[in-house]
Design a protein around this ligand. Structure first.
Ligand code: COA
Length: 258
């Protein structure tokens, strides 16, 4: 290290007293001119999105904002507030739950979709699904839902927007085609729907936009943070102290010794 300035390196922001520039643009010129979604794109991609890309990114961010207190992330945010945490704690608690099974499965799906394309096995999906289930996980990420059967209403709407974007040559539609074929094959195998869920549908959008797998999870967290904040704030207004996952008169099933 030639200088202590080498300790952190970033191409995102430059800052010195009285001057802030992001990706080479003065903050004063960004403020009031860039939407929040454009700012997100600028931060992660280093460029400005075109209108078609922006529309898809915004759609995915809107779609995953909330799923109500049945969603573990939202319930946890509300419980956190009743335990005395502020909105930062409520949002952090929610985000911590968004991992492989809830809210974070998009990362795994984007990764797998890339593998399918890179390995040139798009026409061999049946075998690839079996291989994934045998070697990685019997649950294919981005598919299946506890409540929304046969269809998660968010998925077809997002796929329709991807199809529109494909027709305007904004995206290729390749990842959407793959994901829809996977959905069809899973349903055939199970003999019933295993619907594309919100993690899956947003993963398709992010893959189509060329965003890397970890960003699928990061962007989901960003979107769901809005839901966690709103629910945390509502819970603050309602009050309630130390609320557990069920009303106190409900007990768990005790399976130990008497
Ligand atoms: C979301 C999830 C936990 C719901 O699981 P669930 O409540 O057990 O789902 P269901 O009760 O509808 O499952 C019914 C059947 O479909 C199968 N199934 C469900 N999701 C599946 C998936 N992603 N891949 C393959 N099979 C799946 C189940 O194994 C089950 O089979 P069975 O009837 O032979 O036992 C599960 O689908 C899952 O883990 N999906 C992958 C992770 C993911 O996408 N998470 C984001 C959720 S929004």
């Amino acid at each position: 290290m030639s200088d202590v300035a080498e300790w952190w390196q970033t191409s995102i922001i430059n800052m010195e007293p009285g001057r802030i520039s992001i990706r080479g643009e003065k903050i004063e010129e960004l403020i009031g001119n860039l939407s929040f979604a454009e700012m997100i794109w600028l931060m992660i991609c280093g460029t400005k999105p075109d209108l078609g890309q922006l529309r898809l990114l915004e759609a995915a961010l809107v779609a995953s904002v909330d799923h109500g207190p049945q969603a573990p992330s939202i319930a946890a945010a509300r419980m956190a507030v009743t335990c005395g945490l502020g909105l930062n704690g409520a949002m952090g608690t929610a985000v911590h739950m968004l991992d492989d099974v809830h809210g974070g499965a998009g990362e795994q799906l984007v990764d797998w979709l890339h593998h399918l394309v890179d390995a040139g096995v798009e026409d061999n999906l049946d075998t690839e699904i079996s291989a994934y289930q045998a070697k990685v996980n019997s649950f294919i990420p981005g598919f299946g839902h506890r409540f929304h059967k046969p269809v998660d209403p968010r998925a077809p709407r997002l796929m329709a927007l991807v199809a529109e974007a494909r027709d305007k040559s904004v995206v290729s539609g390749r990842f959407m085609d793959l994901a829809m074929s996977i959905e069809r094959l899973l349903a055939e195998r199970k003999g019933g729907p295993v619907p594309m869920n919100i993690d899956g549908a947003t993963a398709v959008v992010f893959a189509e936009l060329g965003l890397a797998p970890p960003l699928a999870r990061g962007l989901f967290c960003l979107s769901r943070s809005v839901g966690a904040m709103a629910h945390g704030y509502e819970q603050m207004q309602q009050g309630g102290r130390n609320k557990g996952p069920t009303p106190p008169h409900y007990r768990w099933h005790y399976s130990g010794k008497d």
